[in-house]
Design a protein around this ligand. Structure first.
Ligand code: GLN
Length: 454
């Protein structure tokens, strides 16, 4: 099958199903097919790589030249990017086809994909359920087979939680492995891009393209290129899996716990052993995150002022009024909430009590993991405390929404890699995700651990 045929097949499927799911914000048949045609020529000339001609959907947080790049916000509803993010550049270089831009929570703030200016995304397993967020469009698109693979970003769980809720595989790499250049910033010290696909094997192929040093991101790590799929077939005999008691405590729903136990039993059959560990500062992760992430967001989002690009209020009296009206009209409620929290915790009178304190606690949370990895090779637990909840169920209760990332957020605070793989179903028939947390730069091992189970 040619890339043009393959791309057309997915485009047709998107046309048929996207009106129901709303997983894509933008599709552009001509652009995608032109890339597919170029890929076919590359294949014919014998110069194809593993992803040449493969359609990949891109989260709308990644700037792509000539493509609408909205970040799910009215603020950027008309923004056509003049340049490519590093990640997009890498995919283009590999010959992959950009299949379209996927829906997401506004500026990646959310856990249910209900805050997008372009409307809610629905979970293909059950149209009454949320797909998770913020990479909910990418997760729903992969789960409904609207694309073979997609990109996501994860600041506090936004690759892993939607992967879990849609029964797919997603990996957030070690902070610094994937360049953030051209990835619209939410909380820069936490944001990290990564792949979302059906399997660990597919994620490895994507990560090989996405990872790599980029001088345009000052936190990009200069490391030797590695093949993330090199260890997929290694046996797991002797693997020590740490089970943090805090991740199996009150708050975890019984059906998710049961599915996770079943997955762990499989791992024992594969020769792994489980050890009980503790991450004593776990309970601090959500509160620390909701000081630090909004603080960084309030600074990052200051650039959206209506002057250079994006939305501008149609009527205003002077410059200050234009700023005020543009931001009042251009940002949604959740984004405004974060900006207000962020400016508050950074303000002169409260900086020490909130921001500085949270920075110190962040270090303790990271230290918990360092201590844990002295006792085990991998950490496992649930990705999310429940299966997908219903649309609307948590939209009026931000704190309960924030708690759906209770097991994922600490990983971002520590800068560690984390992934979610499908592990059966809950009582309501909705997917459960098993979270795998590895030590720094253990992505290849994590993909191996995931692949052996899959
Ligand atoms: N749900 C979390 C938040 O709303 C995490 C989002 C993310 O990882 N982008 O901030």
């Amino acid at each position: 099958i040619s890339s043009v045929e393959l791309t057309q097949t997915f485009l047709d499927r998107i046309k048929g199903l996207n009106p129901k799911l709303n997983a894509f914000i933008t599709i552009d048949e001509n652009k995608s097919l032109a890339q597919a045609k170029a890929a076919d020529a590359l294949i014919a000339s014998g110069k194809a790589g593993p992803l040449t001609g493969i359609p990949v959907a891109q989260k709308d947080i990644f700037c792509a030249e000539g493509w609408l790049s909205t970040c799910g916000s009215k603020m950027l509803h008309n923004f056509v990017s003049p340049y490519d993010a590093h990640v997009i550049e890498q995919f283009n270089r590999s010959g992959a086809v950009n299949l379209g831009k996927t829906n997401m929570d506004e500026f990646a703030m959310g856990s249910s994909n209900e805050t997008s200016y372009f409307g809610k995304v629905k979970n293909p397993w059950d149209l009454d359920a949320v797909p998770g967020g913020s990479s909910g469009g990418s997760a729903a698109a992969v789960a409904a087979r609207l694309c073979p693979a997609a990109t996501g970003t994860d600041t506090g769980g936004s690759i892993r939680q939607p992967a879990a809720l849609n029964g797919i595989t997603g990996i957030k790499p070690t902070y610094g492995v994937v360049s953030r250049y051209g990835m619209i910033a939410f909380a820069s010290s936490l944001d990290q891009g990564g792949p979302m696909a059906k399997s660990a094997e597919d994620c490895a192929l994507l990560l090989n393209v996405m990872a790599g040093f980029d001088a345009r991101d000052s936190t990009s790590l200069e490391r030797e290129k590695e093949d993330y799929g090199r260890d997929l077939d290694q046996p797991l005999k002797g693997l020590r899996i740490g089970l943090p008691k805090e991740y199996f405590a009150a708050g975890l729903s019984a059906d998710v716990a049961q599915a996770i136990e079943a997955a762990l039993a499989e791992y024992r059959k594969l020769g792994a052993q489980t050890v009980d560990i503790s991450l004593p500062n776990s309970k601090l992760a959500v509160p620390v995150y909701y000081v630090l992430a909004p603080a960084e967001a309030s600074s990052n989002l200051a650039r959206f002022d209506g002057v250079r690009y994006g939305y501008r209020a149609p009527e205003y009296t002077d410059l200050a009024d234009m700023y005020g009206k543009t931001r009042a009209q251009g940002f949604g409620a959740e984004v405004k909430r974060r900006i207000m929290i962020g400016t508050y915790v950074l303000s002169a009178g409260y900086y020490d009590a909130y921001y500085l304190k949270a920075q110190k606690l962040r270090r303790l949370i990271a230290q918990d993991f360092t201590n844990a990895f002295a006792q085990c090779d991998m950490i496992m637990g649930p990705t999310s405390p429940t299966t997908a909840f219903n649309l609307g169920e948590k939209s009026d209760d931000p704190v309960s929404m924030y708690l759906s990332d209770i097991y994922t957020i600490a990983v971002n605070l520590a800068g560690l890699p984390g992934m979610s793989i499908p592990a059966g179903f809950g009582a309501n028939g909705r997917p459960v995700g098993l979270q795998i947390i590895g030590n720094y730069f253990s992505e290849a091992k994590m993909l191996n651990v995931a692949h052996q189970y899959q």
